[in-house]
Write a protein that binds this ligand. Structure first.
Ligand SMILES: NC(=O)c1ccc[n+]([C@@H]2O[C@H](COP(=O)([O-])OP(=O)(O)OC[C@H]3O[C@@H](n4cnc5c(N)ncnc54)[C@H](OP(=O)(O)O)[C@@H]3O)[C@@H](O)[C@H]2O)c1
Length: 253
């Protein structure tokens, strides 16, 4: 039986591929034979990951991309298609979750920034990538969501709202693009040990509150999100679209 989780030769674009969960996915997908587009704001950081992939015998394209910059995203997707001829998998991973002091102190600029990276960019990239995928027989789009989308707290109100929007985008775009062979799913992440979570994880007052409700009694390593991404990217999930898979070490309800 062929490998159900095969991603060899697939063109996989990973936003925020230069660090954290995105870097882990970039490296493992490339090791499994995918052609990986490492896309984030800082080209140098993307080049570093692409160099690591190439040094290990893989194929990668580093690309500068600000997912909140709506008008630039068509050019980004076109650059992927110009280089590799197609796009098979889009992983909307780039995100940011700053702690806002209170609702009243949340500025319009901060609100716009959080929404643009976590929701607006994924929406536009979904539309552009799905349109390309439709021309080559279909594909898979994977959105990186957060437990905060289902369990919002006042510390992350805007981020929680953006990720809840991303869950809704997943469900709606799965319906919209099913007919052209594009599946859309999301991974609902608990806490992983990345730059984004570093401030919380290094704070001895906060750490017990994070670990306490987790059944496995630890946060995730970035590599531990990759299995879910491989599942959604490959034929292993051929009958799955519009779904959210939680990867959180078993957080108590
Ligand atoms: N880590 C966790 O505990 C956790 C929990 C729940 C959900 N998540 C979600 O998982 C995803 C990955 O998180 P992470 O922890 O790996 O984050 P991270 O370590 O902070 O890395 C973020 C990545 O996104 C890129 N990025 C940031 N803003 C961008 C923009 N506007 N356009 C394009 N790229 C941008 C960064 O590169 P540049 O700086 O070069 O742009 C970097 O590669 C996010 O969507 C996050 O919300 C993470």
């Amino acid at each position: 039986m062929s490998d159900l989780f095969d991603v060899a030769e697939k063109v996989v674009m990973i936003t925020g591929g230069s660090r954290g969960l995105g870097r882990a996915m970039s490296r493992v997908f490339a090791a499994r034979g995918a052609k990986v587009v490492v896309a984030s704001r800082k080209l140098e950081a993307c080049e570093k990951v692409a160099d690591e992939i190439r040094a290990a015998g893989g194929d990668a394209l580093p690309l500068a991309c600000h997912v909140g910059d709506w008008s630039s995203l068509e050019g980004v997707v076109n650059a992927v298609v110009a280089h590799y001829g197609r796009i098979d998998v889009l992983i909307n991973n780039a995100g940011m979750s700053p702690v806002a002091p209170s609702l009243l102190e949340t500025s319009e600029a901060l609100f716009d920034k959080i929404i643009s990276i976590n929701l607006k960019g994924p929406l536009r990239l979904t539309a552009l990538a799905a349109t390309q995928m439709a021309q080559t027989g279909g594909g898979s789009i994977i959105n990186l969501s957060s437990l905060a989308s289902q369990r919002p707290s006042p510390l992350t109100t805007t981020y929680s709202a953006a990720k809840a929007g991303l869950n809704a985008l997943t469900a709606a775009s799965a319906q919209e693009y099913a007919g052209v062979g594009v599946r859309v799913n999301c991974i609902v992440c608990g806490t992983f040990n990345t730059d984004a979570a570093a401030a919380m994880l290094e704070n001895p007052d906060i750490l017990p509150h994070i670990i306490g409700p987790i059944a496995l009694q630890r946060v995730g390593d970035p590599e531990e999100v990759v299995g879910a991404a491989l599942y959604f990217a490959s034929d292993a999930s051929s009958y799955t679209t519009g779904s959210c898979l939680t990867v959180d070490g078993g957080v108590r309800p």
